[in-house]
Write a protein that binds this ligand. Structure first.
Ligand code: PLP
Length: 469
């Protein structure tokens, strides 16, 4: 016999209503717009309900005051209101950082893209005749001039270019690839899978470490439509190895009347060989070996917008253009405008000064060291000595982004050993008003100046000093 009066102790009663919470967020914080306040409140309420039903302790699920509920919802709302992707400072020294959007393009290229987007253009109109024009005429001509290729096509990205090329050249037929080149690029782009999606049959030859000319020769048959070479963008094979170079593959193809294509992944239209970069990264030197087609990204080592540049024989490029899939995979007008600007800069020899990617790749270790020491001198004034020790140190950094595996650049970093711990410091830097992304290594935070433009040093300084106050 329970004689106590009934008290409703259901902890769910401690959760505010979405409506009321959203109204409070809006009335306290005018900068938060109603959609974000409502969604932020909904998420906070939903999380509290879910937590309770999963048996998470009540005091963890419920905020302990009205103010605390409003703060929770406001934090969620602010997060929802952030631009995505959001600008960050890349202090990793890795020029092509996939998580940070790979290459930056020049301000002029970005401006060209913005104009193409905001204005009408002659994208597909020939202004002289008034007839329909070719959207690729401009960049096609410039790409041919820079590379020596007969003809060019531009896709959305290099993955799209590979897909379109395979489907055009070999749908329903066989494509021969070395087992040492059946690579996964990242973002689940795997050569065997993309081939399947392109509707071609993969014929593997050789072994992981060694493939010989005879392996290709033996595999060629009446169903063979293409010999494909794929650049190992993100790994190296060392030791007992052998591969068939592009030149030799072209000869085999010619003997059997089979086209040859190379997925370079990344390539430059400026010869970086004299600066110590691997020779095979210069697109014109690959095209000089006379493959039917090469494709590579417009950003990786090119310094333009992300795009899939396809260069090669006119007949093959023409066939790709008239493939119905081309409409789904071709580059849009903003990409074309940015690419066109980039190619003009390269034709005029302004690439190394104007393209941030080339500037960063070619920056001398001395110039980076000077900048690191200058910023260090300011930081030792701004950071309390008890909070951290700060020094300048040389390091070697990869180029990144699936470009030149095993190839490293000498660079200079400001190295900070913080009392609060390096993960905590790195996190504070990421949460700064303009997030600064640094590397944590050997229990220290490394700020590499190779990827920090001079105009961004003040942002790094502000984030670092704020992190210690
Ligand atoms: C990076 C890369 C790709 C994909 O290029 P995206 O522009 O990212 O689509 C394809 N193939 C190779 C060999 C690559 O290195």
């Amino acid at each position: 016999m329970d004689s106590k009066p009934h008290v409703n102790t259901d902890p769910r009663r401690g959760i505010p209503s979405v409506h009321r919470l959203a109204d409070q967020v809006c009335s306290h914080l005018s900068e938060i717009s109603p959609w974000a306040a409502t969604e932020g409140a909904r998420r906070v309420v939903e999380r509290a309900r879910a937590g309770l039903s999963e048996g998470i302790p009540v005091e963890k699920c419920l905020a302990d005051s009205n103010q605390a509920w409003v703060e929770r919802a406001a934090a969620e709302a602010r997060n929802l209101s952030q631009a995505r992707p959001r600008r960050v400072v890349n202090a990793t020294g890795v020029v092509l950082h996939t998580n940070l959007g790979r290459a930056r393009m020049a301000a002029g290229a970005a401006q060209a893209a913005a104009e193409a987007a905001a204005e009408y253009s002659d994208l597909e109109l020939d202004l002289e005749s008034g007839e329909r024009g070719d959207r690729l005429q401009g960049v096609g001509d410039r790409l041919s001039l820079l590379s020596g290729a007969e003809s060019a096509f531009v896709c959305n990205n290099c993955a799209a270019a590979v897909l379109l090329a395979l489907n055009t050249l070999a749908a329903g037929r066989e494509v021969i690839v070395s087992r040492g080149e059946l690579v996964e690029i990242g973002g689940s782009f795997r050569v065997p899978e993309i081939m399947q999606r392109a509707g071609v049959r993969l014929v593997e030859v050789g072994s992981t470490n060694r493939t010989h000319p005879g392996d290709y020769e033996e595999a060629i048959g009446p169903e063979t439509a293409l010999l494909l070479k794929v650049h190992r963008s993100n790994f190296e094979v060392r030791g007992f190895v052998a591969e068939v170079g592009l030149g030799a593959l072209v000869q085999i193809g010619a003997r059997h009347g089979v086209p040859v294509m190379e997925d370079l992944g990344s390539a430059s239209l400026v010869d970086l060989g004299p600066q110590g970069f691997p020779e095979e990264s210069y697109a014109p030197s690959r095209l000089a070996l006379s493959p039917d087609l090469v494709c590579f990204s417009g950003d990786k080592l090119m310094g333009g917008p992300q795009a899939g540049l396809v260069l090669g024989r006119s007949e093959v490029v023409e066939a790709m253009r008239s493939n119905p899939l081309a409409r789904a995979l071709r580059a849009d007008k903003m990409t074309l405008a940015a690419l066109d600007w980039t190619l003009c800069a390269l034709l005029e020899g302004r690439g190394p000064e104007e393209l941030p990617l080339l500037r960063q790749l070619l920056a001398s270790p001395d110039s980076i060291e000077r900048r690191a020491r200058a910023l260090w001198a300011k930081l030792v004034e701004g950071i309390p000595t008890a909070a951290a020790s700060v020094r300048v140190q040389s390091e070697r950094v990869p180029v990144g982004g699936g470009s030149l595996p095993g190839f490293e650049l000498e660079s200079w970093a400001i190295v900070i050993c913080a009392e609060c711990g390096s993960e905590a410091l790195a996190s504070r830097l990421r949460l700064a008003p303009v997030p600064v992304v640094a590397r944590v290594r050997a229990d220290a935070v490394w700020i590499d100046l190779r990827t920090v433009e001079p105009g961004e040093e003040s942002i790094v300084y502000a984030a670092l000093t704020a992190a210690f106050h």
